[in-house]
Ligand binder design. Sequence first.
Ligand SMILES: [Zn+2]
Ligand SMILES: [Zn+2]
Length: 436
Amino acid sequence: MSRRLVVMILVASAATAFRTPTHAQTPVHARIDAAAAAVNDRVVAWRRDIHEHPELGNREFRTAKLVADHLTALGMEVKTGVAHTGVVGILRGGQPGPLVALRADMDALPVTEQVDLPFASKVRTEYNGQEVGVMHACGHDNHVAILMGVAEVLAGMRADLPGSVMFIFQPAEEGAPAGEDGGAELMLEEGLFATDKPAAVFGLHVTTQTVGTIGYRAGGIMAASDTWRMVVHGRQTHGAYPWGGVDPIVTASQIVVGLQTIVSRQSNLTKAPAVVTVGQFNGGVRSNIIPDSVVMVGTIRTLDPDMRTDVHQRVRHTAEHIAASQGATVDVTINLGYPVTVNDPELTAWAVPVLERVAPGKAVQRPAVLGAEDFSYYAQQTPGLFLWLGIVPEGRDPAAAPANHSPLFLADEGALPIGVRVLAHLAVDYMTTRGN
Ligand SMILES: [Zn+2]
Ligand SMILES: [Zn+2]
């Protein structure tokens, strides 16, 4: 009996619309693992090469060429220049079935590397008018090398794949340079999912947990990161006669205090945490002048899309009503950053046995973090799952390890084959257990 036939019978006999994967390793999984082991030396070499030659967002020319040449050599349909420097490859399986998307981000950061490695970055460039070092301080070099490895593994099984895989190599996750667009949002605007819409999208990020572990969480895993700016308009007067004007410093101070109750008194924190921060407060020039206006700037972090909208409304409402109570006015501007990165709860539950098969006893639930990720845009269009991949060497305290974005950030290469296996297992299991 062909493997395809086995799959069809199993799918047909499933009580629900799809089967749940099991922990059990089947011949197809053994085949993935053998292919992942065979490509590992090259994955390590790609990662070192990319690490040594990091490129900032929208400038990933060398990295994109490396990726595009690899995908082309594997016989994929390849698109380059997507959202400036992005590369998208589609691997059409030999059997009909769903399309699954896998995503890696390619950009580095304006950080001067301080890690003592033979392949440490010595690259320098100009960023927003400053001369800076460039480093893969967020570990995206690992993501690119892993996804190139997955491409090789799955291309080797193409004839047997019951579905297709979209490989997304994305520029500018850390944000485009000033005055430019970029990243996931631009790839989608350019029609990434317009003709080939994936049934699911998977991605991962290296992080400071022990190598060998995979972290997951259903629902909001990374925050929406929005910034706000307020201009409180009073009426300037002499500091000795405050009744002659409207004091924007006192009004703005009351707004600062009022904002504190949005999270502590008004938000349902059993649903998700949230943060409202005032980061800047500017007004006045000297002791005896009550100024005309005060400018404040801050950030809002939320982990639930509905709470995000709700907190924004409460920030406006609080500021406007406090200002009105003082005879002042306020202009509130909220600039939307990346949305909440939401792991589809049902897709996450489906994936847990896959994670446990790939990393027995080391697939761990993790709390959410208040950093932001533009993987969120893909997961708004189709069910998504974003995972954490541990990179702290065994025996070291993850809490003491240099965090992502540190000039000392260091990824243990033992994480690479786990990254390749987890994405390949997820893609193949999705196609075999959730296809029609
Ligand atoms: Zn980062
Ligand atoms: Zn990152």
